[in-house]
Design a protein around this ligand. Structure first.
Ligand SMILES: Cc1cc2nc3c(=O)[nH]c(=O)nc-3n(C[C@H](O)[C@H](O)[C@H](O)COP(=O)(O)OP(=O)(O)OC[C@H]3O[C@@H](n4cnc5c(N)ncnc54)[C@H](O)[C@@H]3O)c2cc1C
Length: 645
């Protein structure tokens, strides 16, 4: 009889007690509460004379190298949640006046806020005084960098925004900004990316069938429609037959309709219902496809329209002969668009490199070097971000609580901003303010806004997502199993892949499976059965209440079961874990299954982004588009609104 493993044996086998790099000892505790005692560079902010000063001003402060719970890390959201919960009924009343005056204050140091600072400076002149406030311990917003020292070498991976890639070509403003920063995505992609490396080792894609969903743990490699794949897949005969039909047969499931009529119909039916009701696949096929949309939409196929997934490459549309070209509600992927979308390039740290280059353009002394290539490996000097004689200052760990003006009509009126930093409320002033923060936050910051605008701002619910990055001692198990990317339809993280190979400047990606490597795992916390926005609200609650220890156990368990047949040992092979938790992730893009078709100018993001006197609204929510180009465009637009005339 097989022996039953006890809990402590299981935890030991998974390596839960192993001394890997993880900073979860502060998980759930406000960073400021432990400021005086912790040894972390983020938290140890005590001068030799006993004065507590801003962590970013201290030597050794380097958040990209932190591991453990990142993204919306402990210490970044507590003040905002307290504001939401009414703990600061009148933030200005108790605030200390700093006496600081700026031309522009930007709330939010993501790509949109940084781009707004760039455009403002370009228009108002290099002497313009700008302050950027961000609640995180690092700049970049979603465009965050995770940096690991593995085997004596730096390895990089994106903590959020993966790359330059949009369904639309970049606008003149966004393309112009990349150009001004020296980024030529086409040349970089041709010269520095090596997408053929893993295929050259015969490492392809696979699907991990988990016991809880499919009755057995099994990693199956290869093309889903191939006989070898279907032979090994733990599916019923009916499911195998229907998967083959779905994937390969060019059947028109909407006969008699024109292409526009088909698109209109597909926009009103979920992909799940399309498969069940029109393609008429066996219901046991569903678990195989349910999470195919997690990484892009943050929900499963129950909540994404069939029209949306068509250009994304999901099967079942080969026989419909749909015309390419934009259609209403086909937001996500470029393939369905006649123009084919933007150029594509992935920096080793994702679009965090764009954030770094923006910061270099604003505060050159903080990011050493002079080329795009050397920005990738530069060590940012955080202590230089907020020096009094900088024209532009970036102040981290600073949550805006209140943004007020004396009136709505005149863009030349002054703005007063109260923000919280290290448990203190502080007041700063400016001629103009750009809100590069999330829409949901703005009604709390600006109670003066008209009610209709506040209601519109509250409509969009950001998409919660987790990008977990795991450092491995080597990747022999992937090589042995012949996989570089694994879809895991029933698992906690629904995809796992080896870090893409990019060599840029002096940065080199690992090439031998004996070398350490980073892998990225993606989790979308969703709850099928309710609307997309409700799923996002539930997912957000799930993320904020899940401890690092729970994530770690799930990660170790999943990797052990998937890669075990390749001799993977979680206790030995995992050397560091970073969970990039984004409860407020992608900007919400309207969903034809749940949202009305608003007339032009009446959509919530359009009503919500109206300028209010000297306060203009940037950020990707204001475009209802979860892309870097949208974030840049909104930063540009906000500055144009403020400086018009
Ligand atoms: C996991 C993930 C992957 C993505 N991948 C891609 C991709 O591959 N390609 C692509 O084009 N786009 C991608 N996106 C979308 C892209 O990241 C965003 O469109 C863009 O970076 C958003 O920039 P932003 O400045 O508008 O917002 P953010 O990056 O969210 O920055 C806003 C900042 O404001 C801060 N803030 C909020 N409230 C306050 C306050 N009260 N006080 C101070 N600061 C505040 C926030 O904490 C945040 O740091 C991805 C997004 C996520 C979440």
């Amino acid at each position: 009889m097989a022996e039953v493993e006890t809990l402590s044996e299981r935890l030991r086998r998974l390596g839960m007690g192993e001394p890997i790099t993880r900073r979860d000892f502060i998980d759930g505790i406000a960073a400021t509460a432990v400021a005086a005692t912790a040894s972390s560079p983020v938290l140890a902010a005590v001068d030799p004379d006993g004065q507590v000063s801003a962590p970013q001003d201290h030597p050794g402060y380097y958040p990209p190298a932190l591991t453990g719970m990142r993204g919306s890390h402990p210490g970044s959201f507590e003040a905002a949640h307290a504001l939401r919960d009414g703990a600061f009924p009148q933030p200005a009343a108790a605030a200390t006046e700093t006496g600081e005056q700026y031309d522009l204050i930007v709330v939010g140091g993501g790509i949109s806020g940084l781009a707004a600072a760039y455009f403002y400076r370009a228009k108002a002149g290099a002497a313009a005084r700008i302050l950027i406030l961000d609640n995180h311990d690092d700049f970049g917003g979603h465009a965050k960098r995770n940096e690991f020292a593995l085997g004596g070498k730096i390895q990089l991976i994106n903590g959020g925004t993966l790359g330059i890639d949009s369904p639309r070509p970049y606008s003149p403003a966004a393309a112009g900004l990349l150009n001004a920063l020296g980024i030529d995505p086409v040349a970089l992609a041709a010269h520095d990316a090596d997408p053929g490396f893993y295929p050259s080792l015969s490492l392809g894609s696979g699907i991990f069938f988990d016991k809880e969903t499919f009755g057995v743990d099994r990693l199956v490699k290869g093309k889903i429609s191939s006989p070898e794949f279907l032979d090994q897949a733990p599916l019923s005969d009916a499911a195998r037959r229907d998967v083959l039909r779905l994937e390969t047969e060019p059947i028109d499931y909407l006969p008699g309709l024109s292409s526009p009529e088909k698109k209109a119909r597909l926009s009103q039916i979920s992909y799940r219902d399309y498969l069940l009701d029109l393609v008429k696949v066996d219901p046991s096929v569903m678990p195989l496809y349910q999470s195919r949309t997690h990484g892009e939409w943050g929900v499963g196929i129950d909540a994404v329209s069939a029209l949306d997934v068509w250009p994304f490459g999901l099967p079942g549309f080969q026989g419909l002969k749909l015309d390419r070209g934009s259609a209403p509600h086909m937001g996500y992927t470029a393939a369905g668009y006649a123009d084919g979308g933007s150029y594509k390039f992935h920096f080793p740290d994702g679009n965090a490199s764009i954030a770094r280059l923006l910061v270099r353009s604003l505060i050159p002394q903080a990011v050493p070097g002079s080329t795009v290539e050397d920005a990738v490996t530069a060590r940012v000097d955080y202590a230089r971000l907020d020096q009094p004689d900088n024209a532009t200052r970036i102040r981290l760990g600073s949550t805006a609580l209140s943004v007020t003006t004396s009136g709505p009509d005149d863009a030349s009126l002054a703005v007063k901003v109260v923000y919280s930093r290290m448990d203190r409320a502080l007041t700063v002033h400016a001629k103009h303010c750009v809100l590069g923060c999330w829409n949901t936050m703005i009604p709390y910051l600006c109670p003066q806004l008209p009610e209709r605008q506040k209601t519109a701002l509250r409509y969009l619910v950001k998409v919660p997502l987790v990008y977990t990055n795991v450092a491995l001692r080597n990747w022999r198990a992937f090589a042995a199993l012949g996989v570089a990317a694994i879809h895991c339809p029933g698992s906690y993280h629904s995809s796992v892949r080896l870090n893409p190979v990019t060599d840029i400047g002096s940065y080199r990606s690992p090439r031998s499976s004996d070398e350490p490597i980073l892998i990225r795992m993606v989790r979308a916390p969703c709850s099928p059965g309710v609307s997309e926005r409700d799923q996002h609200r539930m997912g957000r609650a799930d993320l904020i209440t899940t401890s690092f220890a729970t994530f770690e156990e799930k990660i170790r368990d999943q990797l052990s079961r998937m890669l075990g047949p390749g001799s993977f040992d979680p206790a030995h092979d995992i050397t560091a874990i970073t969970v990039n938790r984004w409860p407020h992730g992608y900007a919400y893009e309207y969903n034809p299954l749940f949202d009305p078709d608003w007339p032009q100018g009446e959509a919530p993001h359009e009503i919500g982004r109206a300028r209010f006197g000297p306060i203009a609204i940037a950020n990707s929510d204001a475009a209802a588009a979860a892309y870097t180009d949208a974030a840049i465009d909104r930063g540009h637009r906000a500055v144009e609104e403020l400086l018009a005339g």
